[in-house]
Design a protein around this ligand. Structure first.
Ligand code: AMP
Length: 278
């Protein structure tokens, strides 16, 4: 496994191996089974696999957890080595954003609601860094988790709009046995908060059951999720949504599919979760 912080070295490896298909998994590190499910899928579908580990500062607002975001490069590299990853790219901030850096990738619509409403600069940071990583690694396939549902919609749109020559593949959410969606940020939760955090997946399941029993009114589904979350004393609701899975526009009635999603503070930790119902 080659581990490098150098763009030229990534390009050199990519050039040597240009007849192989490359699968690419961008991450911010502190890897868990959710990340590894993406790596395994990439491993199955490609001759070569690259992973990036980079906590991208431009997708964090000044009030967010950039400084405290968990990091453990040594452990991450051991996990990736065990998955037979070929190349790990670990760039520095100086290389990704030299002092004269001035470009951003901005999307006009799908970045606005949900996470974008609460985090107005987040998706510009995500789209810009992923565009850079795509240009550096030049993968044939790139793997992202459904956990960050809006991110997959934003990046799919970017790939289409900017004609990136790759296939974007979305992998299912990996959960803890009790239903909590795996996240590097779960580390912030104390034992009481960890229990309270189950309210996210539980709310999604309650809405799903109502949908399966015939409920098609989106307001009712949003209400079911909201009521459950506000009943949890350690939880503070940021938003719940029942939206069109591609446009992310809030629905009135669910005719076909819907993306149920939410952001909830458990103590100081902001967690997200989602479920597509159809
Ligand atoms: P992050 O390191 O949080 O930027 O995540 C890197 C990639 O892993 C993103 O595509 C995430 O959506 C994906 N990911 C994170 N958590 C999970 C999970 N629990 N299940 C599936 N994919 C995940």
């Amino acid at each position: 496994m080659i581990v490098t912080a150098k763009i030229e070295e990534v390009r050199a490896v990519r050039k040597q191996d240009k007849d192989e298909n490359w699968g690419f998994v961008p991450t911010m590190g502190y890897l868990h089974e959710g990340h590894l499910s993406l790596v395994r899928r990439a491993r199955e579908e490609n001759g070569r696999v690259a992973v990036s580990i980079y906590v991208n500062p431009t997708q964090f607002a000044p009030t967010e957890d950039l400084a405290s975001y968990p990091r453990d490069l040594e452990r991450d590299l051991a996990l990736l080595e065990a998955e037979n990853v070929d190349l790990v790219f670990t760039p520095s901030d100086e290389m990704m954003y030299p002092p004269d850096f001035q470009t951003a990738v901005l999307l006009s619509h799908v970045t606005k609601p949900l996470e974008g409403a609460a985090r107005p600069t987040h998706f510009a940071g995500v789209a810009t860094v992923v565009a850079k990583l795509f240009n550096i690694v030049q993968p044939d396939r790139a793997y992202f988790g459904q956990k960050d549902a809006q991110q997959t919609v934003v990046l799919r749109q970017m790939v289409r709009d900017l004609n990136f020559n790759l296939e974007l593949i979305v992998c299912p959410i990996v959960r803890e046995p009790d239903g909590l969606a795996m996240s590097s940020r779960n580390k912030y939760l104390n034992p009481d908060e960890r229990k309270a955090a189950l309210v996210l997946s539980r709310a999604l399941q309650w809405a799903r059951i109502a949908f399966e029993e015939g409920e098609r009114d989106a307001n009712t589904l949003r209400r079911i999720m909201t009521d459950l979350i506000i009943a949890e004393p350690l939880a503070r609701l940021a938003y719940v949504s029942a939206a069109h899975p591609e446009t992310l526009v809030e629905l009135e009635r669910i005719e076909d599919k819907a993306l149920l999603s939410m952001a909830v503070f458990i103590g100081k930790t902001r967690l997200i979760d989602n479920l597509i119902i159809a």
